[in-house]
Design a protein around this ligand. Structure first.
Ligand SMILES: Cc1cc2nc3c(=O)[nH]c(=O)nc-3n(C[C@H](O)[C@H](O)[C@H](O)COP(=O)(O)O)c2cc1C
Length: 183
């Protein structure tokens, strides 16, 4: 079967790496707009699009974010940091108990789209999940019913990391029922 789109999207996914060193060059607003256009296209629960991004360019704020991420100071070296937030308030419009989990999923899949669009534009990102949520909320004045769930430092790459090891699909695929696999 000829499926050039599959080859294209797989090529982008295979090239993407977590990059933790960035060049000094800034990322233009036009390029950031392209990344956010990708976020816009992501699926979301009930199409409520219960995710928001905070764009941070201010060096002091980036430093605070790096500190909140337990001293991952490479974050502050990126020209832009996108903070992906689960907008639980928006999700609650339609969902009660499920709102938080849906909003978290909306935020994470949108950030995934951003990462892939960035790769397609030769822009580097690194998913940051290890941070003190309260500190980030305080630094960015995020209200209580919105949760920062990830950060993406965004910049031009200044390193070319080797690919990391992956499990074969047979190690993480179960057929019909859960089957006990090795951890
Ligand atoms: C939920 C999640 C949390 C992560 N948190 C961090 C983090 O706090 N700091 C970091 O440097 N990388 C973090 N990463 C990046 C992973 O280390 C990286 O994706 C993994 O090692 C595979 O490497 P690759 O992205 O280059 O394929 C995180 C990734 C995910 C999906």
């Amino acid at each position: 079967m000829v499926a050039p789109d599959y080859d294209i999207i797989m090529g982008v996914m295979q090239r993407r790496r977590s990059v933790r060193r960035y060049g000094r060059e800034t990322i233009s607003d036009a390029l950031l707009d392209k990344l956010l256009r990708a976020a816009e296209l992501a699926p979301s629960a009930g199409n409520l699009q219960a995710r928001d991004f905070i764009l941070v360019r201010d060096p002091n704020t980036k430093h605070e974010l790096a500190e909140a991420a337990y001293g991952q100071f490479f974050i502050a070296m990126a020209p832009v940091v996108l903070v992906g937030c689960a907008n639980i308030a928006r999700s609650r419009i339609a969902y009660g108990q499920g709102a938080e989990l849906y909003a978290v999923q909306d935020a994470t899949i949108a950030a995934c789209y951003v990462q892939l669009a960035a790769e397609a534009l030769s822009i580097a990102t690194c998913w940051i999940g290890a941070f003190d949520e309260k500190r980030v909320s305080l630094a960015l004045k995020i209200p209580l019913d919105i949760r920062p769930v990830l950060m993406l430092p965004v910049g031009y790459p200044d390193e070319s990391p080797e690919p990391t090891v992956r499990m074969e699909p047979s190690r993480f695929t179960h057929h019909e029922l859960w089957s006990s696999l090795d951890v």
